[in-house]
Design a protein around this ligand. Sequence first.
Ligand code: SAH
Ligand code: SF4
Length: 382
Amino acid sequence: MSLVNLLNFDLAELTAFCAQLGEKPFRATQLFRWIHQRGVSQFAEMTDLAKSLRERLPQLATIQPLPVLSRHNSADGTVKWLFDVGEGNAVETVFIPETDRGTLCISSQAGCAVGCRFCSTGHQGFSRNLTTGEILAQLWYAEHTLRRERGQTDRVITNVVMMGMGEPLQNYGALIPALKVMLSDHGYGLSRRRVTVSTSGVVPMIERLAQDCPVALAVSLHAPTDALRDSLVPLNKKYPLAELLAVCRNYLPHAPRDFLTFEYCMLDRVNDQPAHASALIAMLQEQRALGFDCKLNLIPFNPFSDSGLRCSAPTAVERFASQLVRAGFVTTVRKTRGDDIDAACGQLAGDVRDRTSVDARMQALRGVVEQPIQWSNKEERT
Ligand code: SAH
Ligand code: SF4
């Protein structure tokens, strides 16, 4: 009989599992806390569980971590792990420490079916959805490994962004229990504003997220018109801008903050011209008039082989950002971090490196975890 992986369960599901064993709900809470708050994977160490349960559990259940294929540490404290999810698939997880927070970027799928033109994960195609347990194993491992290494008992990871590989809203069924564990007081205890789901715009699932688990939302916009967005984010043909903006607007009352973030990947001469900025401003001003406020996060494109695309010139990024700022939109541009581990990525085996597009994900992540600072007042440039 195969063992049940308890990392797959949110607290309600773990309670149901314990009920099947004839155990009271408080036992599930104890077990849940041992797993997520204390990072314990051996039932024998869970000293306040009844001895009979401690002895029974190993025959029925397990706490299954993901095997680590590699780890890279940057001089600035950024850590990047590559996890094996079987059958030649690997996903990556990145920890970015800042003075006031520690952010973990988590993957939701091996590959991605959306196929955005500028994304190497998209170019590789879709392998499979991660399970709830595989999504949470990234957080479980990172949190407890970093705590141990730092000799720390309080939490290291204060923020989670679902911005690793994959489209989280195309793995909705596994995502929601994982988010619930992140938010649970008996789990990781993160507030809703510190957990961000990034999406390329799966409209019906944004609607459902608003009801089921309204965490912070970042929407990958990348273009101000349907024609251009169709060519960059194929999902736009199914869910065009008007629908996407409407669902974002409706999400706002549920959102933990009073704005949403739009991500915009800066592609040389594709979407970075003054006319694009003007069209974007017009579109966002229309939304603002309807009470929908947003912030912009410009991510200079990280090139990869065969993309046929180039990163915008720094002057183009600067010009684009100034136009938005002049129109009153808070705009951030990524700052560079962890360059030394980008170099170290070259040491990964070629096929694994291609599959996980470590460089591209790092670049993308850096842009998004920054504080939303008014770009024009800062010296950060690309
Ligand atoms: N699938 C989700 C979340 C993962 S991608 C989404 O698309 O939002 C996280 C962010 O990285 C997205 O904003 C995406 O547009 C951006 N991104 C992907 N490839 C990139 C690249 N090569 N350079 C810069 N940003 C990239
Ligand atoms: Fe998928 Fe996001 Fe990459 Fe698009 S940008 S292919 S949605 S991971």
